[in-house]
Design a protein around this ligand. Structure first.
Ligand code: SAM
Length: 169
């Protein structure tokens, strides 16, 4: 099971990007996103996608994120441009354990660097938590997410042109 910990979400500024973190997490193989700041509106947006397109992704809150990190029973991966290169570290990360993936918003405290099992960079340039998460999950799951069937009442039929959607229920 993969959990994404979204640190430092500011409801007034980060709503759209944190929504995208949640949608990317859901699509590429994570089961839940944990926010350190309550934002019911954001959670509702992410859950509404799951309600239509399936899966059982959840959004939770944990103010005490340090405790979550230090008591997590599994591997903690912090995505940061300062970390070890993705291509060099991804093969060393155990597959059989649960995973907590930490992504930041603004400056990430030193505590996170110290208490993560792996600090992983997706390129050593600053970019985006959304891109870093998508690329990391793709590489870590070796593309397995592409075969996921979410079982929702709306199902998109891949088409060369146009939009085909099957709706049930
Ligand atoms: N300036 C902040 C700092 O020094 O920690 C980072 C801000 S960045 C917009 C927000 C988040 O995107 C980071 O906390 C990290 O999780 C992710 N991120 C950005 N670039 C990254 C990279 N090259 N590799 C991995 N993660 C990255």
């Amino acid at each position: 099971m993969i959990t994404v910990l979204r640190l430092g979400h500011r409801p007034a500024r980060d709503k759209r990007i944190t929504t995208h973190v949640g949608l990317v997490a859901r699509c590429f193989g994570a089961s839940r996103m944990v926010l350190t700041t309550r934002d019911d509106d954001l959670a509702a947006r992410v859950l509404a996608v799951g309600e239509r397109f399936g899966g059982d992704f959840s959004v939770e809150y944990e103010k005490n994120w340090k405790k979550l990190m230090t008591t997590f029973d599994g591997v903690v991966v912090h995505l940061t441009m300062y970390g070890e290169k993705l291509g060099e570290v991804v093969g060393r990360i155990p597959r059989e354990k649960d995973m907590l993936i930490v992504v930041g918003a603004e400056k990430v405290p030193g505590f996170v660097y110290e208490h993560s099992t792996y600090n992983v960079s997706v390129g050593n340039q600053p970019h985006s938590e959304v891109a870093a998460l998508a690329l990391f999950l793709d590489r870590y799951t070796e593309g397995a997410w592409e075969k996921n069937e979410m079982g929702g009442r709306m199902k998109i039929i891949p088409s060369a042109r146009g939009k085909r959607v099957e709706t049930t229920g």
